[in-house]
Design a protein around this ligand. Structure first.
Ligand code: COA
Length: 389
């Protein structure tokens, strides 16, 4: 079992903290309800709601993709943070449904934002991916190598589901959420994180891809997994999830030097209401302390935590100085928890300056123009070379 954890830094004058200063989310326009699902899969609303807590999910239309959803969420997050795309040093997209193997979804978002000072890459840690990515960005900020990072969780799970498999297709949906992390000397922000992996459970939850031993579309893998389709052993994943949520939250609290009772709100990966209730019981926390919006979104994998965070802020469930625990778990197997001491103004108090808003919109327009003109110039140069040779 591989382990990684980072604890709280000591207070001194040179200390840098990583604060969440912006947030945004995007959901596709189309909704698929349980009743609509049951017209083409052998299931029903009562069963799905009772076993999972899900009533509906959003499904990407033809014109929507992981990158377009990520881009929308990113624009909102920059708006709240009131910084320019050119202020970003790093863009990370946590996803299991990337636009391509490469180029990364993060590179596409970087181009569309005109964030030309930023490095960009995708991170693969399934439903734990957002917490992993946030930890990587926070560590880079605290180490002093970057000032500002955009961390996104974005998924189009609908495209890797087997819509005939009622044990998986009822659970997932599409969406994206993003946060801007920024360096600050003010204490708080990301306090501690715990990242874990147990690859011995790799056959419990999987989406085989091009490098797979079973990379032949006509065959199914030993555990029944088809290429580019999700496979899941539901009840085993359920047991794993209830165990690791409480364990990792306790570990991240210990690393930050606080009691679990001091947590004001848990923003868990939105997989199943019964999993969240069981985890709350194990931690001895009131179930109300667990943010839940899976009734409307289903499981959006790496996007679920930042989407739930945005909604918690919108519902004013997060106040200044609150201790917020994020916890993700999923394929790998992977799991991760993080403790944040919240320290930014509420959205109503945070008015982006008009000038910066206009500058951002100019940059988005420049980005589109710059990409097109670069491609066009490459094409012309190619033609010229062909004629010359
Ligand atoms: N609609 C109606 N019936 C269904 C069904 C569906 N969508 N899916 C399964 N069933 C049936 C099964 O065939 C079984 O019938 P049987 O008793 O006649 O054989 C019965 O319901 C119970 O199935 P089971 O798989 O034992 O249900 P469960 O209580 O374990 O619930 C999950 C299934 C998938 C909801 C549950 O295991 C789960 O949520 N697991 C965790 C999944 C998860 O969160 N994954 C992502 C982690 S990131």
């Amino acid at each position: 079992m591989a382990t990684f954890s980072s604890g709280v830094q000591k207070n001194d004058e040179t200390e840098r903290h990583a604060h969440v200063v912006g947030w945004g989310m995007a959901a596709p326009a189309s909704v698929l309800t349980n009743d609509e699902l049951s017209t083409f899969v052998d299931t029903n609303d009562d069963w799905i709601f009772a076993r999972t807590g899900i009533r509906q999910r959003y499904i990407a239309d033809e014109g929507e993709s992981t990158a377009t959803l990520a881009y929308k969420a990113a624009q909102q997050a920059l708006e709240v943070a009131d910084i320019l795309p050119t202020d970003l040093d790093l863009i990370v997209v946590a996803t299991s449904t990337p636009e391509n193997i490469f180029p990364s979804t993060a590179s596409l978002v970087q181009d569309w934002l005109n964030a030309h000072e930023a490095g960009a890459f995708d991170l693969s840690a399934a439903c734990s991916g957002f917490v992993y990515a946030l930890n990587m960005a926070a560590d880079s900020i605290r180490a002093g190598s970057i000032q500002a990072a955009l961390v996104i969780g974005a998924e189009t799970m609908s495209r890797i589901l087997d819509w005939q498999d009622r044990s998986t297709c009822i659970l997932f949906g599409d969406g994206a959420g993003a946060v801007v992390l920024q360096a600050s000397p003010a204490p708080g922000g990301v306090l501690s994180s715990v990242l874990r992996s147990d690859g011995a459970g790799s056959d419990l939850l999987a989406i085989p891809s091009v490098g797979s031993i079973d990379a032949d579309e006509s065959r199914a893998g030993a555990n029944g997994a088809k290429l580019y389709k999700m496979y899941m052993a539901g009840s085993e994943v359920f047991r794993f999830a209830t165990r690791v949520i409480s364990e990792s939250i306790e570990q991240t609290c210990a690393a930050a030097g606080i009691e679990t009772n001091d947590i004001d709100l848990v923003i868990p990966h939105q997989a199943n209401r019964r999993i969240l209730q069981a985890a709350a019981r194990k931690l001895g926390l009131d179930a109300d302390k667990f943010m839940s919006n899976l009734e409307r979104y289903g499981n959006t994998s790496a996007a679920s935590i930042p989407i739930a965070l945005c909604e918690a802020i919108e519902q004013q469930r997060i106040q200044d100085k609150d201790h917020i625990a994020l916890v993700g778990f999923g394929g790998g197997l992977t799991w991760a928890a993080m403790l944040i001491r919240w320290g930014v103004p509420q959205p109503s108090a945070q008015q982006g300056s008009m000038l910066n808003r206009q500058r951002r919109h100019v940059q988005y327009r420049i980005a589109r123009w710059r990409s097109r003109s670069r491609r066009w110039r490459r094409r012309v140069n190619r033609k010229v070379r062909e004629i010359r040779d």
